[in-house]
Design a protein around this ligand. Structure first.
Ligand code: PMP
Length: 316
């Protein structure tokens, strides 16, 4: 990947894959259905509906210096996702919180990416979700490689995907489901264009979010992000930025509906996500954003985000 986030497609690996590959696999302990097992024994059945149908939900969570950023919000979203797909988790929220900390400890990790997964569980070959008696529970904790620092300094190039986001009535985007094909197909458009992220519009043509990140724009000193009703994942980092980071920088974030043309005229754009944190965008397709550099508001938000992570890393 070059300094603007353009990449060699063959060399492309997701951030998650990088995380897995960085450690000695034999050493990794995975928490599965109530106990820690070596990675080689952490396998799921071919009859698990998580595999057969993408029937399940997940969270991506980060630990910094031994504290787990916005853990309570991630767990609340996880249990909301489960409830929206009528999956009764095998463990309660306190048990999962303990299990996450146990998994970090077992792997000697204080700075990590944590993947929490509930699968529908083992069933028959038919769709029927309630013929799967026991949901699967998986927690993976591993190191993560961030984007190179240059991308935070100089901004990313991204594209607008042709494929729209699945409309809310078809699949409520509050469900962080194991089926990410809508996003993956948009991600493939990005990869084909030689970049790492793609903006997804909703079926009304309004800007919604990116394939794995929420989006914000700055125009005439105002920070604006697509309204939740555009059909986006309610990002934990989005809310952290709206409620804590932007106000600390002197901004109130507005939520609105706006088309791509408005976004292209923004002074600055940044993305938020658990893996990406806060990162500037300086080019969309062939359009330069603002003056083509990461702007002052984005820089202030990145600095404030990093300060909060280093200082108190709020778990709530
Ligand atoms: N949108 C989508 C589609 C996502 O998958 C994610 C998480 N990777 C986000 C936004 C960002 O959400 P969060 O800040 O909770 O990681």
């Amino acid at each position: 990947m070059d300094h603007k986030g353009t990449m060699d497609v063959d060399a492309h690996r997701s951030r998650g894959d990088q995380a897995i590959e960085e450690r000695d696999p034999a050493m990794l302990q995975i928490w599965m259905d109530g106990k820690l097992v070596p990675r080689s024994e952490a396998t799921v059945s071919v009859y698990d509906h998580g595999l057969l149908y993408g029937d399940g939900c997940f969270e991506g969570i980060r630990a910094y210096g031994g504290r787990i950023l916005k853990l309570k919000s991630h767990l609340a979203r996880m249990y909301e996702s489960a409830s929206l797909i009528r999956l009764a988790p095998a463990f309660d929220v306190d048990e999962i919180e303990d299990a996450i900390r146990q998994t970090l400890d077992a792997n000697g990790l204080t700075d990590a990416y944590i993947r929490l997964i509930f699968t529908r569980g083992v069933g028959t070959l038919g769709l029927h979700p309630f013929r799967c008696p026991t949901p699967g529970t998986i927690i993976i904790a591993d190191k993560i490689s961030l984007y190179p620092q240059e991308l935070y300094d100089e901004g990313m190039d991204i594209i607008v995907a042709k494929r729209p986001r699945i409309p809310i009535p078809c699949l409520d985007p509050r469900i962080k489901s194991l089926n990410y094909l809508n996003n993956i197909l948009a991600k493939i458009e990005a990869i084909d264009a030689g970049v790492l992220e793609a903006i997804m519009l909703n079926t009304d043509g309004m800007v919604a979010e990116c394939t794995g990140d929420n989006i914000f724009m700055i125009k005439d000193g105002r920070i604006i992000t697509p309204d939740a009703s555009t059909g986006i994942l309610h990002g934990v980092t989005r809310r952290f930025v709206m409620n804590e980071i932007a106000p600390a920088c002197g901004y109130e974030v507005e939520q609105a509906h706006f088309p791509i043309e408005t976004l292209l005229e923004a002074d600055e754009i940044f993305l938020t996500g658990t893996a990406a944190e806060v990162i500037g965008v300086t080019k969309i397709d062939d359009h330069r954003i603002g003056d083509g550099h990461v702007g002052p508001v984005t820089k202030a938000c990145i600095a404030e985000f990093r300060r909060r992570i280093a200082e108190d890393c709020p778990e709530d």
